[in-house]
Ligand binder design. Structure first.
Ligand SMILES: [Zn+2]
Ligand SMILES: [Zn+2]
Length: 478
């Protein structure tokens, strides 16, 4: 994630490529690997470092090649002048054509309007999408905890171990991917394409605005002696707050002695019609790729919050403010086996939940020192900032996860669920569908009693009710 952020930062700066970028990337990778090794008891080999560095540098090289091209386009005078060739030609044509020049003038203006309209509509639509997601999507219209529960439901539905590893070790990436998928499902749904609705609605608004600006500018300028430059001044000031069309970008067409302002009005209205028809066709087929500010990135910024991870189980802090004051905390602590923690001197996993271990008389090893779990804050900065409270999140979710991915966990961490790490029999009683059913009931633990009263007459299954009661019981969450 940090490499992605680094590349993005360079892209935003639009500077020329420098070979020092790769030195900085390798430095970040080294820091990340070192920080990772401090949190676990294993040591990564140097060939692993080389492989990771090569992979990430290769990815960065592609991005930097694109960056270099963009920089060249914007900074090289020959390339820049070449890109303006068409503008200069149109300007010349306007002077040369005399009375016919109204059409050329209108084409030039509408070409500039085209990209300004496009940018403005994408920007407004991105904000609309984010606002709708935040009011209508149950994953984003409640607390940070509710978002986490929805992400866990999403992962259980996928049943993919690698996606869970992303969630545990790269939670920002996992959440960004979840948000993007959620937005795509909403916007690009073939039966109900919401994206098209937003785009077309804004297009209609801009159409009215520009036609109004054309009419008003013509009326005002006719009274003042039909000057083209003045018409452009009036026009730009009328659309100024809604569209980015700087007046100076139109300077090449402002000195034309055009043939009457009425002709300009007709030609621009006519040319605008073609531009709007083209945009309508483009919007009917587009996805979110052309958006400069992507809705999923904006939404991620707004809902992700702190994202610091518990030093024991890697659960993410649920504070909604990044870099917040005070201590980190979460309701979502989980069994330590999920992050590969084992009992000292054995390869038996620790299946106890992180918050129980933090309150127990056990000890753990940090930087080669034995530290009582109850005094975990003494183990360094990452530990000192955490307030590890008992988890209120029902643990049946992680019990299902451990049983379902038992083999994958054993392979990934080279450990076994034996002796003190033996999985209790009752962990295997819960199926994925039962978990999904229980998780999808909004605020399940708060509404437990009402839910049971509602569903009992429907199911009339004593065993099912008993099972639910067991799953929700405090012992089950401890
Ligand atoms: Zn934890
Ligand atoms: Zn926090």
């Amino acid at each position: 994630m940090r490499i992605g952020d680094y590349i993005k930062k360079r892209e935003e700066e639009i500077m020329n490529y420098s070979s020092s970028y790769f030195h900085e990337i390798v430095k970040i990778i080294d820091e990340e690997i070192l920080a990772f090794e401090e949190t676990v008891t294993l040591k990564l080999t140097s060939s692993y470092r080389v492989d990771v560095s090569l992979y990430l540098c290769q990815m960065a090289a592609q991005k930097f090649a694109e960056l270099y091209e963009i920089f060249q386009k914007e900074s090289d005078p020959i390339i820049y002048l070449n890109s303006k060739k068409e503008d200069f030609f149109k300007s010349f044509a306007i002077s040369y054509q005399g009375a016919k020049s109204a059409t050329t003038f209108a084409d030039f203006l509408c070409t500039s309007l085209n990209s300004a309209i496009c940018d403005a509509i994408y920007e407004k639509t991105a904000i609309d999408i984010v606002n709708v997601m935040k009011t209508e999507d149950p994953a984003f219209n409640g607390t940070r905890e509710k978002l986490e529960i929805n992400l866990l439901i999403h992962l259980a539905k996928k049943e993919n171990f690698h996606k869970y590893m992303d969630y545990i070790y790269n939670p920002s990436y996992s959440m960004a991917e979840f948000i993007q998928q959620r937005i795509n499902n909403y916007c690009l749904n073939k039966r109900n394409p919401q994206l098209n609705k937003f785009l077309h609605s804004h297009l209609n608004t801009f159409k009215d605005l520009i036609l109004c600006a054309i009419n008003d500018s013509t009326r005002v300028v006719e009274d003042k002696g039909s000057n083209v430059s003045l018409w452009l001044d009036e026009f730009c000031s009328r659309i100024g707050d809604n569209l980015y069309l700087p007046r100076h970008t139109l300077s090449s067409i402002e000195h034309q002695e055009v043939i009457g302002i009425k002709l300009i009005k007709e030609a621009v209205s006519d040319s605008l019609g073609h531009v709007l028809d083209d945009l309508e066709r483009t919007f009917s087929e587009t996805d979110l790729d052309p958006f400069f500010a992507k809705p999923h990135e904006i939404l991620f910024e707004q809902v992700s919050g702190c994202m610091k991870q518990c030093p024991f189980c890697k659960a993410v802090c649920t504070n909604t403010i990044p870099d917040h004051d005070g201590e980190h905390g979460t309701y979502f602590h989980r069994p330590l086996a999920i992050t590969g923690v084992k009992w000292e001197g054995t390869n038996n996993f620790v299946i106890d939940i992180c918050s129980s271990i933090a309150a127990s008389d056990s000890t753990f090893i940090s930087d080669g020192k034995k530290i009582p779990c109850k005094q975990y804050r003494k183990a360094g900065a990452d530990y000192a900032k955490w307030n590890i409270q008992p988890s209120t999140f029902p643990q049946f979710y992680w019990k299902w996860f451990v049983c379902h991915f038992r083999n994958e966990l054993e392979t990934a961490y080279q450990g076994v669920f034996e002796a003190k790490g033996k999985i209790p029999h009752d962990w295997e009683n819960v199926s994925r569908d039962e978990i999904l059913f229980l998780m999808e009931i909004d605020h399940m633990y708060k509404l437990r009693d009402e839910i049971l009263m509602e569903i009992e007459p429907i199911y009339k299954l004593g065993g099912f009710r008993q099972k639910l009661l067991t799953l929700f019981s405090p012992q089950s969450s401890a």
